[in-house]
Design a protein around this ligand. Structure first.
Ligand code: SF4
Ligand code: SF4
Length: 78
């Protein structure tokens, strides 16, 4: 049986990401809130950029649309 690897997943541009700009009061990342698959997590807490658990990413790109600073991008593996 051949196991297929993921071809694309979300990544964070940490130079652009700024949770304080997205949510000045609570520091919650809108892209994290948008990801129903719990692939993005602010594991260091509010006001910290999210981590991507890329193996779980479904490539639905809801997070891209939710990020106002365009800090989420598609990463493709060939
Ligand atoms: S929405 Fe985008 S810029 Fe804002 S905290 Fe999340 S990843 Fe960073
Ligand atoms: S592409 Fe979809 S599954 Fe992957 S991190 Fe973004 S919202 Fe979550």
């Amino acid at each position: 049986m051949q196991i297929q690897s993921k071809k694309s997943f979300a990544m964070i541009d940490y130079d652009r990401c700024n949770p304080r700009a997205c949510d000045p009061e609570k520091g919650i990342c809108p892209a994290v809130s948008a990801c129903e698959h719990k692939v993005l997590k602010q594991i260091d807490g509010p006001f910290e950029p999210p981590m991507v658990f890329m193996d779980l990413c479904m490539g639905c790109w809801d997070c891209l649309e939710a990020c106002p600073l365009e800090a989420v991008y598609r990463r493709h593996i060939t």
